[in-house]
Design a protein. Sequence first.
Length: 223
Amino acid sequence: MAPKTPPGETRERVYRFVREQLLRGKPPTVREVQAAFGFRAVQSARAHLEKLVEEGRLTKESGRSRGYGLPAAGRALLGAARRRLDTVLVPLLGQVQAGDFTTALQEFEGQIAVRAASAEGLFALRVRGESMKDVGILPHDVVVVRQQPTAESGEVVVALLDDEATVKTLRKRGRRIELHPANKAFSVIVPEVGQCQLLGKVIEVRRYFEGSAAWEDPGGFPG
């Protein structure tokens, strides 16, 4: 059995996750933190958040589910980061076929606008399937992904497995990785060492209700 992660290390990862979400303008709820880190009980996520508030690294506005924020110094950093963001165009891809990322680029469908410092390393994919519905990633959604070969345990990633791309929550167990769904109807995927390639980390989810080609085409990759 792999040793448990020290509480301080987990809390630091929770802080980085919340801070990143705040920089994106999307304050997370306690349950979203729970889902991102795979805590069995929502109280575990709340305990880490309350400790970060006690340490002065986060603030909490009572009575609001998305009431976590950054203290004054952090808000100044947040403002500066937002001022550095531009509207950039990133490629929207369909289903990722067999092969490496270069092959995936052959499925180019168009571009979508994203607020980011640069378009470099960013791409978007269309979701097919319901395996991540409990964290709010639904069929026909578009996920914006930062291309990177590694990710932290608890982050939502796009992985290439058996010539098919899938979006799942990454969990690290020693040298092995697991791909966890957010839907009890689906099983955890435990790939053999070297069988799975990470294409990138999901940094944004888009939902289109009408009037968008990103919504009208039911294609995409399995959730």
